[in-house]
Design a protein around this ligand. Structure first.
Ligand code: TYC
Length: 103
């Protein structure tokens, strides 16, 4: 194998793939009972959004049924989902938060 061939590998599909870790979308789902202000607080508290950003995303979920509220590594996404679900249950709201692998 010549040096030129290994140079070519770096530019073609024979290049050894360095796999980036998959990212996960965290989704917030609409329901008929969770108060709007509670959802805004959740987005501020667990996703570091400003009040204005939180209000905007909350309205998107309310109108469209679902929205992506962040994209994270598997571990961070799992933690966010667990935090939101625990907080919602503690306050007896049926708010649902899930995650799915990014395409
Ligand atoms: N639909 C709820 C209401 O009218 C508000 C809401 C928004 C609930 C977003 C959940 O993820 C949600 N009170």
């Amino acid at each position: 194998r010549s040096d030129d061939d290994s140079d070519l590998d770096l530019l073609t599909k024979t290049r050894p793939k360095t796999k980036r870790p998959p990212r996960y979308k965290v989704l917030l789902l609409n329901d008929d009972y969770t108060p709007m202000e509670f959802v805004v607080i959740v987005l501020e508290r667990f996703f570091g959004m400003t009040h204005a950003q939180s209000f905007e995303i909350m309205l998107t979920v309310h109108k469209k049924g679902v929205a992506v509220v962040g994209v994270f590594s598997h571990e961070i996404a799992e933690t966010k989902v667990a935090q939101v679900m625990e907080y919602a249950q503690r306050h007896q709201h049926p708010l649902q938060c899930t995650m799915e692998k990014e395409d």
